[in-house]
Design a protein around this ligand. Structure first.
Ligand code: GLU
Length: 317
């Protein structure tokens, strides 16, 4: 007779520390794989032999392994949090200025912008993140302090801040972002000056956090908008569901289909090698390893998430 299916959401079935230990050992065998993002010179100097992973549960408990307390540049992982701030400020009005469809194009692509008249495909590609940054700038008196305060409160770490060396490196090499912001502005889809939008965008990308900070910071998306660290309702349950859905379809550049296929979790990656992922109603996750695959996702981070969902059954599918 067929045995009744087991519920993977029952965490007492898993030895999470043992699972993290196994993944950590496997990943370390593969150190050296992947490529550093040389288009941002200061990120190309990070050692590749690093791997960290952290899980944040709704009761505040953390499980972590490897270099989970080493800080790195969060880059586009920040786009989850600026999207949350923008939606809190303007609600569904945001979707008039940025769409929520997967792009199928690289994160820094300009091609769709012209025939879609300056409305970026989604808030996670660079063009959409610039429009989202513009909304945050217009909506909060001191947008930079609001974002940094948001990250400190979500993670419980008052030391979080931006890395001026990375921000400067991005400013000096960000020719595509400058072009994109000007192009979007030419369609009237930026309210603030290109310089102000880019300054805020570089600040958000250059925030330095570690895996434990980021797992804690994304945990509200795994608990109907409730942040265990601060006890605050960050967004509504519906808001959390919607942000997760955009992460699932557009959070991992033009590899979102492949990510759904192999990992099966809403996730957002950054070219600093970090990826946050959400097991809805169960936990927030962060993995970090600096070597990237050809789409810009952490190669070993993605492998670790794939192993994790295979070993636990904790994918959404
Ligand atoms: N600051 C990076 C850029 O604008 C972010 C890229 C990313 O992490 O996706 O290119």
């Amino acid at each position: 007779m067929r045995k009744p299916p087991q519920n993977p959401h029952d965490l007492s079935r898993h030895d999470l520390d043992d699972i993290l230990g196994t993944i950590n050992e496997d990943v370390r065998q593969r150190f050296g794989e992947g490529k550093l993002p040389d288009y941002i010179p200061s990120l190309a100097e990070v050692p590749k032999d690093r791997f960290g992973m952290a899980l944040a549960l709704p009761d505040g408990k953390i499980h972590a392994v490897g270099n989970a307390r080493e800080r790195f540049s969060i880059q586009s992982v920040s786009k989850v949090y600026t999207l949350t701030l923008a939606l809190s400020a303007v609600g569904d009005e945001l979707w008039k200025r940025v769409d929520r469809e997967p792009s199928g194009d690289p994160f820094n692509s300009l091609v769709q912008l012209e025939y879609e008249k300056g409305i970026p495909r989604n808030p996670f590609m660079n063009a959409g993140a610039l429009v989202t940054a513009d909304v945050v700038l217009s909506s909060y008196d001191d947008a930079e302090a609001t974002l940094i305060g948001f990250m400190r409160t979500r993670s419980g770490n008052p030391e979080i801040g931006s890395d001026e060396v990375v921000a400067k490196s991005e400013r000096e090499s960000g020719h595509r972002n400058v072009a994109m912001a000007n192009f979007i502005r030419s369609y009237g889809n930026l309210e603030n000056s290109v310089d102000d939008v880019l300054a805020f965008y570089y600040l958000q990308c250059s925030l330095r956090m570690d895996c434990v900070d980021l797992a804690r910071s994304v945990q509200y998306l795994a608990d109907a908008g409730h942040c265990a660290t601060s006890g605050v309702q960050v967004t509504s349950a519906e808001g959390a569901t919607r942000i997760n859905s955009v992460m699932m379809t557009a959070g991992t550049y033009d590899a979102a289909g492949d990510f759904a296929y192999y990992v099966g979790l809403p996730a957002k990656s950054g070219v600093g090698g970090g990826i946050v992922a959400v097991v809805p109603h169960v936990m927030g996750i962060c993995v970090w390893s600096p070597g990237l695959d050809d789409k810009g996702n952490s190669l070993l981070g993605r492998y670790a998430l794939h192993r994790f969902t295979r070993m636990t059954g904790l994918s959404v599918f």
